[in-house]
Design a protein around this ligand. Structure first.
Ligand code: GDP
Length: 414
């Protein structure tokens, strides 16, 4: 042993150059260069999921486009309502899930549809149930990730919303503006100009410019494609620029295959000719599909997680904090003067929901600690004793006490 180590020392002084070469070789063998492969293998094994919402007036071709995008029939058992039924129709939210596989990569695709949106005679606030649905998915995720078992959380958060704009209007309608403004901070909105085959190329161009201007004018924050790195090649930069200028994507959908120039293609057959869905001279379908599936799916998920969900989470915690501060103050005031004062309410998350959340969390923690009920009762009563009143004392109590647990939340949040 000793011999070999002294040999090593000797070699390291005498054969310095050889050692450097060996070090270089050794570097190759450390093996962290395989990390991307490991991540790749693991994520392929686990599979991917993506939730896409489609919204817009009925009849604009939403279901046809979704079927064309993913080459599946997701709307087999759809029931269409007649005019009378639609008069008082409320917006429904439906979910279709398909597992698709391509070259061994599995994708669990969920399509959230909003039938009835914009269909009734009075469409005031018809975006509300869509916004509530998105919030509910955030709330469920928030509960799950703050629970004790976080391993197999089912993530139903909506990653992207394709908003269909009618080709027949002059730009955006009030309902479009209302919808996008109400949802732009909850979900990545990608506007699309529906049924583009009903417009001439110059009409498409003009409408796109008008819609982009209106989006800007009304302060609507649609999904922003990330800027490409300065070291990307020119071709990539050009594609990126074209993508940004395509907004809103002018799309055409079709569930039928027709023959065009001796080839079978997905398209629409008219007496005067054929419009091909996948022909980029006819529409932006391929650009939209590439963006959604090939180039930006992961970014859409990242923005959902890092921006939209984070906003929701921060609001939730803020609201919980306020509620606990309110509770603390009420306790103090009840002891001193018996009066109360108002606390501002954060929109989106109600006090009742927050209270329920806090109670559930405390319940979970108590179960986890196997805390007997009587102990909890004892601590809780103790909290109201006049001499036990400093913040420090409150925080150092057992986590089984709901007020103490809430206090910790407040302290963390503050
Ligand atoms: P949804 O109610 O928004 O889901 O609309 P559908 O997909 O059911 O389509 C309504 C009607 O429009 C159907 O007759 C479709 O064949 C037709 N349609 C769908 N996509 C297009 C399109 O891109 N161009 C034209 N001209 N018609 C379309």
């Amino acid at each position: 042993m000793e011999n070999s180590s002294s040999n090593n020392r000797f070699r390291s002084t005498v054969f310095n150059h050889d050692d450097e070469v060996r070090n270089d070789q050794d570097k190759e063998y450390v093996g962290f260069a395989t990390l991307p492969n490991q991540v790749h293998r693991k994520s392929v094994k686990k599979g991917f999921d993506f939730t896409l919402m489609v919204a817009g007036e009925s009849g604009l071709g939403k279901s046809t486009l979704v079927n064309s995008l993913f080459l599946t029939d997701l709307y087999k058992d759809r029931k269409l309502l007649n005019a009378e039924e639609r008069i008082t129709q409320t917006v429904e939210i439906t979910k279709h899930t398909v597992d698709i596989e391509e070259k061994g990569v599995k994708l669990k695709l969920t399509i959230v549809d909003t039938p009835g949106f914009g269909d009734a005679v009075n469409n005031t606030e018809c975006w509300k149930s869509v916004a509530d649905y998105i919030d509910q998915q955030f709330e469920q995720y928030f509960r799950d990730e703050s629970g004790l078992n976080r391993k197999n959380i089912q993530d139903n958060r909506v990653h992207c919303c394709l908003y269909f704009i009618s080709p027949f209007g002059h730009g955006l309608r009030p309902l479009d503006v209302e919808f996008m403004k109400a949802l732009h901070e909850k979900v990545n909105i990608v506007p699309v100009l529906a049924k583009a085959d009903t417009l001439t190329p110059s009409e498409v161009k003009k409408k796109k410019i008008k819609i982009r201007e209106e989006i800007e004018q009304y302060g609507i924050k649609i999904y922003q494609f990330p800027d490409c790195d300065s070291d990307e090649d020119e071709e990539f930069k050009q594609q990126d620029l074209e993508l940004k200028e395509s907004i809103p994507f002018a799309v055409i959908g079709s569930n039928t295959v027709v023959e065009a120039k001796g080839k079978r293609v997905r398209g629409r057959l008219y007496p005067w000719g054929i419009v091909e869905v996948e022909n980029s001279a006819h529409c932006d379908f391929v650009k939209l599909r590439n963006m959604l599936v090939r180039t930006h799916m992961q970014d859409l998920k990242d923005v959902t997680r890092e921006t939209h969900y984070e906003n929701y989470r921060a609001q939730c915690i803020q609201s919980m904090t306020r509620m606990v501060v309110k509770e603390r103050n009420r306790n103090k005031l009840t002891r001193e003067s018996g009066t109360d004062f108002p606390i501002p309410v954060v929109s989106g998350v109600t006090d009742n929901e927050t209270e329920k959340l806090i109670r559930e969390k405390d319940e979970e923690v108590r179960h986890a600690n196997h805390e007997p009920e009587s102990h909890y009762q004892h601590d809780h009563d103790h909290e109201h004793e006049p001499e036990h009143n400093t913040d420090h004392n409150e925080c150092s109590e057992s986590p089984a006490n709901p007020e103490t647990h809430s206090d910790q939340l407040v302290d963390e949040a503050l």
